[in-house]
Design a binder for this molecule. Structure first.
Ligand SMILES: [Zn+2]
Length: 100
């Protein structure tokens, strides 16, 4: 189970990575684990589906080594959300981390 706060952080990590290059599920699971979020595909995929439904991400399929793989890419709406979150993150770090 993941607590609500982390869910927001995880979504921001996903948007950020999808803004750099198209990403696939397993890659995101490894990347999130690197940040200390150990989540299963059963947790990740519903989050990705929500981001798709809300049009923050789009999906495309590619065939890699004979396997069909789903890649997620950020949308213009996703980029706007990420930009807005970045400002809020600065604000949060300034106050909560740096005590200003
Ligand atoms: Zn990362």
């Amino acid at each position: 189970m993941i607590i609500d706060f982390f869910l927001g952080f995880i979504k921001i990590h996903i948007l950020y990575h999808a803004s750099k290059e198209p990403v696939f599920g397993l890659e995101l699971i490894k990347e999130l684990a690197r940040h200390g979020y150990h989540i299963s595909p059963g947790t990740l995929y519903p989050i990705l589906h929500r981001l798709l439904n809300e049009e923050y991400l789009t999906i495309e399929t590619k065939v890699v080594n004979g396997k069909v793989r789903k890649y997620y890419r950020i949308t213009a709406r996703g980029k706007r959300a990420l930009k807005e979150c970045t400002g809020k993150i600065h604000e949060l770090v300034e106050e909560v981390v740096e005590g200003r």
